[in-house]
Design a protein around this ligand. Structure first.
Ligand SMILES: NC(=O)c1ccc[n+]([C@@H]2O[C@H](COP(=O)([O-])OP(=O)(O)OC[C@H]3O[C@@H](n4cnc5c(N)ncnc54)[C@H](OP(=O)(O)O)[C@@H]3O)[C@@H](O)[C@H]2O)c1
Length: 332
């Protein structure tokens, strides 16, 4: 390629002392990008919970320094030493160690190993793919866990916690469109209208599902998608119906699980852990195919906004402190 710039603007974390680091926008020489078969011109990235933790330094996401942040990216291949990709291919990466051990998406250009890169689904623009981002793709992995368990619409309600957040809002949209009666749990009662517009049948507060610490309570829903962990997840499990399933993917409310074995041994409840970072490529591709087929584009537009890369330093704290809702794509 002859028209490549000499530098790429990126949000990079440099170690200060011990595990502490400082982040700043820098113009990094293209020649200093890490090794990899593909050079990608990044048009969009995303803001996820993990990105907010990395931006603010609230949790040790970064495992090697210096590190370019951004766990997601979408863009176009400009150089390829891989037989699987050619210049001009539109591509996508979710997780796979970006912003942890591999340089990530908050950079105009990024060099990547081909094994972490997948083709952008044809019916999504790079911006739409990043509006979905890791959070939306994880919502689909949770929905896949429920449907693989045999869950079908028309019978029991499905509960979604953290419903106004990234994973939660996409999960509500996907499940409602598939015909499930969705009970959306939120700490923000003022967002009831937003959640109903995504298709929630009812909106509950976290207190509405509080069992008061009881390990088993009245059976209320057939399945759940939980992003909260902690006591809320214990409450969810305690009220899941016989043979039901809970897909647990997050810890927005805590990393502990103050629950008992009774829902598992007396009701046959399944607790299914969902990871998005190291999912094998075939399952990622399947998840994105289902997103193409099942995600309502109008709802995606309604629950998303796109912000410039320059806003990232303030968007991180905004997300963690509950000032954002839905999904944020980042224009690079
Ligand atoms: N396993 C994986 O691979 C994977 C992938 C993506 C995300 N995650 C995890 O999933 C979680 C959600 O991610 P996200 O991108 O959706 O983040 P997000 O956009 O910040 O949404 C999180 C939502 O959780 C709710 N919440 C916040 N504090 C809470 C508390 N103390 N108790 C209960 N609910 C609380 C809030 O929703 P309401 O205000 O509506 O209650 C908030 O909007 C995070 O823990 C993230 O790390 C995991």
């Amino acid at each position: 390629m002859t028209d490549l710039p000499e530098t790429t603007r990126a949000l990079i974390a440099r170690q200060t002392e011990g595990r502490k680091y400082a982040t700043a926008f820098e113009d990094i020489p293209l020649a200093d990008l890490p090794e990899g078969e593909l050079l990608v011109r990044v048009s969009h990235s995303a803001l996820n919970y993990k990105d907010a933790l990395a931006i603010t330094g609230k949790a040790p996401i970064i495992r090697a320094f210096p590190m370019v942040l951004g766990i997601d990216l979408a863009g176009e291949v400009v150089e390829s030493a891989s037989a699987d990709f050619a210049p001009g291919d539109k591509v996508l990466v979710n997780g796979f160690g970006l912003s942890e051990t591999l340089w990530g998406g908050y950079s105009q250009y990024q060099r990547l190993p081909a094994r972490v890169v997948q083709k952008l689904p044809e019916s999504f623009s790079p911006e739409q793919a990043m509006q979905i981002g890791t959070a939306g793709y994880t919502a689909m992995l949770c929905v896949m866990a429920l449907t693989e368990h045999g869950l079908a619409p028309g019978k029991d309600a499905v509960l979604v916690t953290g419903a106004t957040g990234g994973v939660g809002s996409v999960a509500v949209s996907l499940l409602a469109r598939a015909g499930f009666a969705v009970s959306a749990v939120t700490g923000r009662a003022e967002q009831e209208g937003f959640l109903k517009s995504l298709g929630a049948a009812e909106v509950l507060s976290r207190e509405d599902i509080d069992t008061g610490g009881r390990p088993l309570a009245r059976e209320r829903w057939g399945a759940a998608v939980d992003v909260a962990g902690g006591k809320l997840l214990a409450d969810v499990i305690a009220q899941t119906k016989y043979d039901g399933i809970v897909a647990a993917c997050g810890m927005a409310g805590g990393g502990d699980l103050p629950a008992s074995v009774y829902p598992f041994i007396l009701r046959g409840v399944t607790l299914r852990g969902v990871d998005s970072v190291m999912v094998p490529m075939a399952r990622r591709v399947r998840a994105w195919e289902r997103l193409e087929a099942e995600l309502d584009r109008d709802l995606l537009a309604e629950l998303s906004e796109t912000r410039p890369m320059a806003d990232l330093p303030t968007l991180g704290p905004d997300l963690l402190e509950g000032r954002l809702k839905g999904r944020i794509a980042i224009e690079i």
